[in-house]
Design a protein around this ligand. Structure first.
Ligand code: N01
Length: 545
């Protein structure tokens, strides 16, 4: 692994980002004999799991499934220790993979891509690296992650605040201690819900600033069940294949009946048993959770009852009851003692809907009705999801326009893989692909394999340029929105809808038609000779350094 880039060089492919997507892409490109370089903005590999080292950070997908499936030896040799893996354990896994497959030598760290432009005549991407050289590549592949462009809201006076400030997605790599401190946390999504119980245990006082109460299901995390582990180890290929044939790429216990069709006793038993098992599996109790408001309401009411039972102060419990979106239409949270944390004497909940923040002072945050003196403020305020990191790259296509300009009314992409006008640019888990609605590692593997197979096809046929046809792209964009409109997801002000970023177009960002359906569509496109894509040979070839 190098911490600086080589002098100006030409590559067959440049990959942006060294998280799960970038690492596997590098491995596949090497297999094709392509000279490849990965540029990573951080000073370590791991992407999301490099940056997100906030207290309590862990994945809420079962560890036996939250790992690569492309190497059977790898999946058999790695030993997960907990039901849901901690951030540190995932990062150890990432390093193990990088070492085992000798990936580090083709990765440049501290190498943020700040711009790129397609040179039509040369048929290459020219790529600028911050504080580094400009390099070029025939193919440019983004592996920048869907949740990597962190966002702190603009709040009056924040720059005056003299306490420490943190964002969960940009947590310092040095130890942070809240012992004896008065800490504020803003944001009650997955990150906030994980961090709050941990910070509550350590801090002298914790003030949680909540804008939208959220649904959360207990994780009941603990050491991995040896029988469960053994079952997966013994049946990995079969179980992986079954997972790929589901709508989220995760082997949940998907309910097969409508909530409405069950008797009250059946429904109660179904929900009780799922609650006892814990995790996101809960929302899959019914086969129509996300399309039938009545079925959805059963689950939402159940969780609200649990919150009332858990939180001892009725006024606090009331503030914590989610009320403005169907359950699961904002990413469902999975917690370890989130609601219980509000029973602690050192934790206060501020409901920003009734008592909005008016600004920061040097040592306090002010709301309309109160003043909270704080030593530190944690922003768990999320991301400019899916498109934010791509737009930030400042990539300019054939017309000289950037992705940000082209996407001003919403992202345009064919299959979430490529955008018209940006030849030879592939976007792993790009907008309009299932990505964040799935086990993202499964989605990453499918995209990486699709791209690698496409490049192999191009090699075999001496094709040098690929781009999607605008008409095919338009149809795909319309399909993504049309399917989303048939679900309850469009009723929530979620980051899936871009609703968390002021001014961001309100469109549904991922493909919600199901992972297995999406895979079938991608296969069909290939079997029809890459239907909707245009290939060409280039007139002139760039010289290699
Ligand atoms: O971010 P979020 P996240 N004033 O956008 C609030 C994945 N993930 O980092 O709901 C006040 O979900 C905002 O309020 P509202 C997972 O996919 C996975 O928590 O917009 N509050 C919300 O409460 C997840 O969905 C794991 O009204 C403001 C919070 O900040 C995704 O990452 C763990 C505000 C942001 O929630 C993002 O999760 C962690 C403002 N101006 C993350 N602006 C696991 O696998 C925003 N908020 C377990």
């Amino acid at each position: 692994m190098t911490s600086s880039t080589q002098p100006s060089a030409h590559y067959d492919a440049v990959v942006i980002g060294a998280g799960f997507a970038g690492l596997y892409m590098l491995h596949r490109l090497r297999g094709l004999g392509m000279r490849t370089r990965v540029f990573e903005a951080g000073d370590g590999i791991g992407g999301t799991w490099f940056w997100n080292c906030y207290p309590g950070a862990r994945c809420d997908v079962d560890s036996m499934q939250y790992c690569y499936s492309w190497s059977d030896e790898l999946q058999r040799e790695w030993q997960w220790t907990e039901r849901y893996p901690t951030r540190n354990e995932i990062l150890r896994y990432v390093h193990h993979v990088a070492e085992r497959f000798d990936l580090n030598r083709d990765i440049s760290l501290n190498a943020r891509v700040i711009a790129g432009r397609w040179l039509t005549d040369a048929g290459t991407w020219q790529i600028d690296i911050e504080r580094g050289p400009t390099v070029s590549a025939r193919f440019l592949i983004t592996a920048t992650g869907c949740l990597s462009e962190s966002r702190v809201p603009a709040i009056k006076g924040l720059e005056q605040f003299k306490g420490q400030t943190y964002h969960t997605g940009r947590w310092p790599k040095i130890p942070v201690s809240f012992a004896g401190k008065r800490v504020g946390v803003m944001g009650t999504g997955s990150s906030g819900i994980q961090a709050i119980p941990e910070i509550a245990r350590e801090a002298r006082e914790l003030v949680v600033f909540q804008r939208t109460p959220n649904f959360s299901i207990p994780a009941w995390n603990g050491p991995i069940d040896p029988a469960h582990k053994q079952h997966w180890m013994a049946n990995y290929p079969f179980l992986r294949e079954r997972a790929r044939n589901t709508r989220s790429g995760i082997l949940y216990d998907y309910g097969t009946r409508s909530g409405v069709s069950m008797t009250p006793a059946e429904r109660q038993e179904e929900m009780d048993s799922r609650w006892r098992k814990g995790g996101a599996n809960f929302v899959h109790a019914f086969n129509d959770t996300f399309v039938n408001p009545e079925s959805n309401q059963f689950l939402a009411d159940y969780v609200r009852d649990k919150i009332r039972q858990t939180v001892k102060n009725p006024a606090t419990a009331h503030k914590l009851l989610p009320h403005d979106h169907p359950i699961g239409t904002k990413r469902i949270c999975v917690d370890s003692g989130y609601f219980e944390a509000f029973n602690r004497p050192n934790v206060t909940l501020v409901d920003l809907r009734n008592d909005p923040i008016t600004g920061f002072e040097e040592h306090a945050v002010l709301t309309q009705s109160s003043r909270h003196e704080l030593d530190a403020m944690v922003f768990a305020t999320g991301y400019d999801a899916v498109t934010g990191a791509l737009e930030r790259l400042n990539l300019r296509g054939e017309t000289g326009q950037s992705l940000r300009e082209i996407w001003k009314d919403g992202p345009t992409s064919y299959l979430g893989l490529m955008t018209a006008g940006f030849p030879n640019l592939f976007t792993i888990t790009g907008p309009g692909s299932p990505s964040i609605l799935t086990n993202v590692i499964v989605s990453i593997e499918q995209h990486v394999d699709w791209i690698a197979d496409c490049l192999q096809h191009m090699q075999a046929n001496q094709l040098e340029r690929i781009e999607p046809q605008p008409a095919a792209q338009d149809r795909w964009v319309a399909k993504v929105q049309e399917i989303a409109t048939g679900t309850l997801f469009v009723k929530a002000n979620s980051w899936y809808m871009g609703a968390n970023i002021p001014g961001k177009p309100r469109v549904f960002l991922p493909f919600i038609g199901g992972f297995s359906t999406y895979v079938a569509i991608c296969r069909d496109v290939v079997s029809k000779g890459y239907e909707g894509f245009t290939f060409s040979a280039l007139a002139s070839k760039p010289s290699c350094s």
